[in-house]
Design a protein around this ligand. Structure first.
Ligand SMILES: [Ca+2]
Ligand SMILES: [Ca+2]
Length: 149
């Protein structure tokens, strides 16, 4: 369940503001469609399974709307999951980037993951968006999410 210490007061405020903003008619409820828009506004990545389980639990009780309390709980979970994942990814990336220059080269990746240079090169090949032959943090996170979503 929600461990609130991980979220800042700003995060909590943002949840409130977003709800108000998306709840255009001010009836204190969000439709499914508005929930999706709210996630976009918050700029959060909601894992597909997270969203699916939310929507299907709404369907189960034949609810068309989400109250602020429900939205708040959902968003806290989503934000926390995101923060935890970001931290994890930073750790993983830092452990690969041995010389700490902000790039994981194929030999750094091979060494960190215990894979061959060829496999590491192949991994980079797909994910190396700017074509410099190594992964920066952004390229790495995109690669990770593609594989885990
Ligand atoms: Ca490096
Ligand atoms: Ca690159």
């Amino acid at each position: 369940m929600a461990n609130t210490n991980i979220l800042t007061a700003d995060d909590l405020k943002r949840i409130k503001t977003t709800f108000r903003e998306i709840d255009g008619n001010g009836d204190g409820r969000l439709t499914k469609h508005e929930l999706k828009r709210a996630c976009k506004t918050m700029g959060v990545r909601v894992k597909r399974e997270h969203m699916t389980s939310m929507l299907s639990s709404m369907e189960k009780c034949e609810k068309e709307y989400l109250t602020f309390r429900e939205f708040d709980a959902f968003m806290r979970d989503v934000l926390e999951a995101q923060i935890v994942e970001d931290r994890y990814l930073k750790d993983v990336f830092a452990s690969m980037d041995e010389n700490g220059d902000g790039h994981a080269t194929h030999d750094e990746i091979a060494k960190a993951l215990g894979i061959s240079l060829d496999v590491a090169l192949e991994m980079i090949g797909d994910a190396d968006k700017n074509g410099d032959g190594k992964l920066n943090f952004k390229e790495f996170t995109e690669l990770y999410r593609r594989q885990n979503d």
